[in-house]
Design a protein around this ligand. Structure first.
Ligand SMILES: [Zn+2]
Ligand SMILES: [Zn+2]
Length: 360
C-alpha cells in the first residue's frame, strides 16, 4: 500500500533543513512513482543549502524545496502511457530530463536544454528546479530512469550520477591507451574518473589532491599520488612525464588555481576538461597564449547526458565500484548529521548516502 503522505527532508530557508510530512506525489503521463532507497549527497547540495547558487543558477526556485538528485530506488506505481517499466523494477535516476524537442535536445545535449526550467515544455531538473529525492517517494519521467543490474546495491547505484559526470567529462577529452592521464581533485567524481581511466588503459594515472582521498585514489588505480600541500604539483607532474606533461587532465577540484596548473601540466596538443563548480571571482586566469601556442583543447562538461547505460555496464562488469567511494550511510531523519559528516569529511567521509527506509 502506498500511503497518501510521506516524510521529506525539505530546505525551508537557506541553511535550514526540516523533516516535513507532505503528500506523496502522483505520477503523470510518462512518469512513475519511485520508493527512494538511497540518495547520495552531492557537492552542489551544500552549495544550494548555503544559498551560494541562488543568484547564479536560481537554485532552489522556491521554499520549501526538496533537494537530492543522485538516487536509486524501486518503481511502485505507473502513470499513464508508461512503457518499458513495471512495478518492482530497481532503478536509478539522472537529474536532467530535457524537453526533447529544442535544438540541443534534438542533438542529444539534453543537459543543455534550451527550455531549461520550463515545466510545460517537459523539462525537469530533479533536485534543482523540480522536487528531488530527499524523501520517501518521488515521481520521475521514465526518460530520466535506468534499470540497475542485480549485483549493484541501492547505495552504490546512487552513484549513477557521479560516475556519469566522470564519464561525460572523459568523453570530452578521451583517454590515450598507454598514455599519461591526470585527475585534479580526488573527490567522488575524481575517484570514479580514476577507475574509468584505468579501465580505458592509460599507463600512468597521476592524481593531484591531499589527505585520505588522495590515498584512496592510489587504492583505486592511480599510479602517482601528488600532494599539493607538499610541493608544486605542476613540477611533480612534469618530472613524472619526463618534462613533457600529460595527455589528458580531468579537472574535478573546482579550485581557484586549477586551470592555471592544468595548463602548465598538460602536454603540447593535450586536452583538459573542467567540471568543477568554480568561484569565478577567485579563479586565477592563466596566460591564454598557452592555449593557442600549445594547441590545448579546453572543454567544460555539464552533468551526465548519454552515459548512464555505459556507467551501469561498467558497474556490472566490475570495471568501476562504489565500495571505497561510499563511506557512510544515514537514515533520512539524520540528514543534517549526514551533511555535517560530508562537509567536514568526518571519519574520512567521501560519498555520504541517505537511506530513507533504513531505521535509525
Ligand atoms: Zn550531483
Ligand atoms: Zn530541450
Amino acid at each position: 500500500m502506498i500511503p497518501t503522505t510521506m516524510k521529506a527532508c525539505q530546505l525551508v530557508a537557506f541553511n535550514t533543513n526540516e523533516m516535513r510530512e507532505v503528500p506523496v506525489p502522483e505520477p503523470m503521463d510518462g512518469e512513475v512513482l519511485c520508493k527512494i532507497r538511497a540518495i547520495a549527497i552531492c557537492g552542489t547540495d551544500p552549495e544550494i543549502i548555503h544559498g551560494k547558487l541562488k543568484a547564479k543558477m536560481n537554485w532552489p526556485p522556491v521554499f520549501p524545496f526538496t533537494l537530492g538528485h543522485e538516487w536509486s530506488g524501486e518503481v511502485v506505481k505507473l502513470g499513464t502511457g508508461v512503457k518499458g517499466f513495471k512495478v518492482g523494477d530497481r532503478v536509478a535516476g539522472e537529474a536532467h530530463r530535457g524537453c526533447g524537442s529544442c535544438a540541443n535536445c534534438m542533438k542529444g545535449n539534453y543537459t543543455l536544454c534550451l527550455n531549461y526550467g520550463d515545466v510545460a515544455s517537459g523539462h525537469r531538473h530533479y533536485g534543482f528546479v523540480t522536487p528531488g529525492a530527499n524523501a520517501e517517494y518521488n515521481v520521475y519521467s521514465t526518460k530520466a530512469l535506468r534499470k540497475i543490474p542485480d549485483n549493484l546495491s541501492f547505495a552504490h547505484a546512487a552513484l549513477l550520477d557521479t560516475a556519469g559526470v566522470a564519464l561525460h567529462g572523459i568523453d570530452m577529452i578521451g583517454v590515450t591507451p598507454g598514455g599519461n592521464a591526470a585527475v585534479w581533485g580526488p573527490g567522488a567524481i575524481g575517484l570514479m574518473s580514476v577507475q574509468m581511466i584505468k579501465a580505458m588503459g592509460a599507463k600512468n594515472i597521476i592524481v593531484v589532491g591531499r589527505g585520505k582521498r588522495l590515498q584512496m585514489a592510489g587504492e583505486l588505480g592511480a599510479t602517482h599520488l601528488v600532494d599539493y600541500e607538499k610541493g608544486d604539483p605542476v613540477k611533480t607532474v612534469l618530472e613524472i612525464t619526463g618534462g613533457v606533461g600529460v595527455d589528458e587532465i580531468q579537472e574535478c577540484s573546482g579550485g581557484a588555481v586549477a586551470l592555471d596548473q592544468c595548463l602548465a601540466a598538460v602536454r603540447k596538443g593535450g586536452k583538459i576538461n573542467m567540471l568543477g563548480f568554480y568561484d569565478d571571482a577567485d579563479v586565477v586566469l592563466p596566460p591564454i597564449t598557452r592555449i593557442v601556442m600549445n594547441e590545448i583543447t579546453l572543454t567544460g562538461s555539464r552533468a551526465n547526458p548519454n552515459v548512464s547505460d555505459r556507467v551501469l555496464n561498467m558497474f556490472a562488469a566490475g570495471l568501476i565500484a562504489g565500495d571505497k567511494v561510499v563511506t557512510h550511510t544515514f537514515p533520512l531523519e539524520s540528514y543534517n548529521a549526514a551533511l555535517e559528516t560530508y562537509l567536514t569529511r568526518k571519519d574520512g567521509a567521501i560519498k555520504v548516502v541517505i537511506e530513507p527506509w533504513k531505521q535509525a
